[in-house]
Write a protein that binds this ligand. Structure first.
Ligand SMILES: C[S@@+](CC[C@H](N)C(=O)[O-])C[C@H]1O[C@@H](n2cnc3c(N)ncnc32)[C@H](O)[C@@H]1O
Length: 273
């Protein structure tokens, strides 16, 4: 089968970093996430992942935060079998395939039309998952999604691309649309925003980063009175760190006691509304 991908702009091209990170994690002897579909897509395209210069530790961090968002999604749909799942800026991720969706749930992968066209060629069909081609900055993207069911909303690697005022407007529209739900995304601290401008891993995104970042996990609670922090997941303290290779494991264990050091790294923020 010949695959001809649409031309991606720089923003859309950011999906390769996370996709290839998960694929590289899958190639380790003991993958953290085990995202075989990501690996398969990278192999199918013979994508030049080396050009992204993803270090082994970055691949593990990318897989780790995807795993946390999977766990939050899985837990929610298990408690709410009629749930709506939303993956904002889904790229070529196939979360619906990694979790067990009840037959009565519906999952929506939202991204720009070019990315959705690529998904149609590369991500296998899932009976409960739907692709939605939309610009999240356009308020009408939620119009076709049922509004009478609880929702779990995840965004992996997306916050970086919105100034906080725009990001909070997106969250407010979601909160207004659904009766209740949970929202989880990986955070970007003010340090992480600065670091992306300096370190090689940030090369793919530094010109398109628009977030100012924030350090206090309670900041989003000020955007909407219904939004309540469930947990600031400091990844240095999560049990999966035990599965990291020795050097990375010890670096994480050394950082774990310090909230401020841990916040500088991989963080997943989890809220309910
Ligand atoms: C870093 S990638 C992450 C992709 C995916 N979440 C993953 O983990 O592989 C960011 C994604 O957000 C999408 N994106 C950025 N801004 C968007 C917007 N305004 N509307 C829809 N998608 C957007 C990009 O096209 C890209 O696919």
């Amino acid at each position: 089968m010949t695959i001809t991908l649409p031309a991606f702009d720089q923003l859309e091209n950011s999906l390769w970093l996370t996709l290839c990170g998960r694929a590289l994690d899958n190639r380790r002897d003991h993958p953290l996430l085990g995202d075989e579909l990501a690996d398969q897509i990278v192999r199918t395209l013979d994508y030049d992942y080396r050009s992204l210069k993803i270090s082994p530790s970055s691949a593990i961090y990318i897989a780790h935060r995807a795993l946390k968002l999977d766990q939050i999604s899985q837990d929610f749909v298990s408690r709410h079998p009629d749930a709506i799942g939303l993956d904002l800026g889904a790229g070529l991720d196939s979360r619906a395939h990694r979790i067990e969706l009840p037959a009565t749930a519906d999952w929506y992968d939202v991204d720009f039309p070019e990315v959705v066209a690529a998904r149609g060629q590369l991500v296998p069909v899932h009976p409960r998952a739907h692709d939605l081609a939309a610009d999240l900055a356009n308020p009408s993207w939620l119009d076709t999604i049922p509004s009478d069911r609880p929702a779990v909303v995840v965004a992996d690697g997306l916050l970086a691309f919105f100034p906080l005022a725009e990001w909070s407007a997106i969250l407010n529209r979601i909160i207004d649309h659904f009766p209740s739900g949970e929202i989880a995304f990986n955070g970007y601290s003010t340090f992480a925003v600065k670091a992306a401008k300096i370190f090689p891993i940030g090369k793919a995104v530094r010109e398109i980063m628009r977030s100012e970042g924030f350090d206090d996990p309670r900041t989003p609670e000020q955007w909407n009175p219904k939004l309540e922090l469930v947990k600031e997941i400091l990844m240095t303290r999560e049990p999966e760190v035990e599965q990291f290779p020795a050097g990375l494991r010890w670096a994480n264990k050394l950082s774990a006691p310090s909230e401020s050091l841990s916040r500088r790294g991989n963080v997943v923020l989890h809220y309910r509304f």
